[in-house]
Ligand binder design. Structure first.
Ligand code: HEC
Length: 109
């Protein structure tokens, strides 16, 4: 199980294009840790998510945002949920909050 995740993160890390200039750490963190599943545009169509049929949440769906509050989403980012891995190993609390703000500002319709 651990190996599966390890592989996935090595693969995820490769999805970050080194020639891209990221405007902020949080943008970089999203590209590195989240986009593989949730996609660059947040629709849940990143290539890992698609390939493994994980069905990542569509972060551009207004209904999705209506149905979840910040606390709940932070819990999911920190501890994982179903097919989504826990990120407290990779991102500290401040970074988790920043990334939530980022996906809100970027993808919430
Ligand atoms: C390995 C694939 C994968 C990665 C990487 C991933 N997610 Fe997810 N994410 C999922 C899946 C699958 C779900 C749907 C979980 C469910 O609702 O059962 C999900 C759901 C979510 C949700 C909704 C949680 C909820 O409570 O319904 C949020 C918010 C989210 N992801 C944010 C992120 C952020 C931010 C990152 C990067 C730090 C990230 N995800 C990285 C697969 C992933």
């Amino acid at each position: 199980m651990i190996l599966v995740w390890l592989n996935m993160f090595i693969w995820l890390a490769k999805t970050v294009d080194p020639s891209t200039k990221y405007r902020s750490d949080v943008e970089y963190n999203y590209a590195r840790f989240c986009a593989g599943c949730h996609g660059n545009s947040g629709e849940g169509n990143g290539r890992i998510g698609r390939f493994k049929k994980l069905e990542p949440a569509d972060l551009t769906d207004a209904n999705f945002w209506r149905m979840h509050d910040d606390e709940q989403l932070l819990n999911s980012i920190r501890d994982g949920k179903d097919n989504m891995p826990a990120f407290h190993y990779y991102l500290n609390q401040k970074e988790q909050r920043e990334i939530l703000e980022y996906i809100k500002n970027t993808f919430q319709p």
